[in-house]
Design a protein around this ligand. Structure first.
Ligand SMILES: [Fe+2]
Ligand SMILES: [Fe+2]
Length: 271
């Protein structure tokens, strides 16, 4: 299965970047499954139902979220009716929406996509390690699904590495989101799981993690509340990771980062 995961879409610029590249990427890379994190897609904060629908109609198969899941309150009443939008698995029981979804491809193959949130330097939710292990009692690669993609939305690199190693051999891909900064450590772990600490964002990198520089810098300098942060609107770099998995085992065969447009060094998977 050929899977593309794109990191946090930030504001209009991130959305336009993704929407303008996606159909060409689907064709060029022969993608079977596209997963995007869209927790910052609506003006940097949250995801509106209308923007979610646009993404899902434009070649995105599953949308993941994170700590900004509920910034757009209209998503709260929408998420139960749209299983392709998932929020972190480790929210308390009875939180609207689901933390995972099994999607069926046009050819009948199935993939489980999961969103979990780390607890270090973040709002501490339930234990993501325990929640993930519990979920995996119900799903096995090569038995119930052909591939499993896990978005670990977390601040601390240590927590993400630990998550990757805990899941090594049991899922296809563990990829981090939330820092909006792509890491250079993408690799296949010892037991066959593809891993990257952070996919990076889809947004303008002439910014402070996607938001306009001046007010974001001023917050650090003045230590006073200031202007509301706004998404920076220069050209986006769309950042993500592509993985090809073995349908029989679900494990990763190849992976490569993708960075297109905007300011970062460009790279495109060549398989
Ligand atoms: Fe984010
Ligand atoms: Fe986040």
């Amino acid at each position: 299965m050929r899977i593309l995961f794109l990191g946090d879409i930030v504001g209009r610029t991130g959305r336009d970047g993704v929407l303008s590249h996606l159909s060409a990427l689907r064709a060029q890379l022969g993608l079977d499954l596209v997963v995007v994190n869209a927790e910052n897609a609506s003006h940097g904060f949250g995801l509106s139902p209308a923007i979610a629908t646009t993404l899902l109609q434009s070649g995105v198969d599953v949308i993941t979220l994170g700590n900004h899941a509920w910034d757009r309150r209209d998503l709260i009443g929408h998420i139960d009716g749209e299983p392709r939008i998932i929020r972190p698995l480790n929210y308390p029981p009875a939180t609207p929406g689901q933390g995972s979804v099994v999607v069926a491809l046009a050819d009948g193959r199935k993939a489980l996509v999961v969103n979990v949130m780390g607890r270090l330097f973040m709002d501490p939710l339930d234990d993501p390690f325990r929640c993930m292990n519990e979920l995996l009692t119900k799903h096995r690669m090569g038995v119930t699904v052909h591939a499993i993609v896990v978005d670990i939305h977390a601040e601390a690199t240590s927590e993400k590495w630990a998550f990757g190693h805990m899941l090594d051999g049991r899922v296809s891909l563990v990829v981090g989101t939330h820092t909006h900064t792509p890491t250079a450590d993408h690799r296949i772990l010892a037991a066959g799981t593809a891993f990257q600490t952070d996919a990076g964002m889809c947004g303008d990198y002439n910014s402070v993690i996607g938001m306009t520089k001046e007010p974001a810098v001023a917050r650090f300098v003045r230590k006073m509340p200031g202007e509301r942060l706004q998404p920076s609107e220069g050209e986006a770099t769309i950042c993500g990771i592509m993985v090809e998995t073995d349908d029989a085992t679900g494990l990763a065969r190849r992976l490569a980062p993708l960075r297109q447009g905007g300011l970062l060094a460009q790279t495109m998977p060549d398989f």
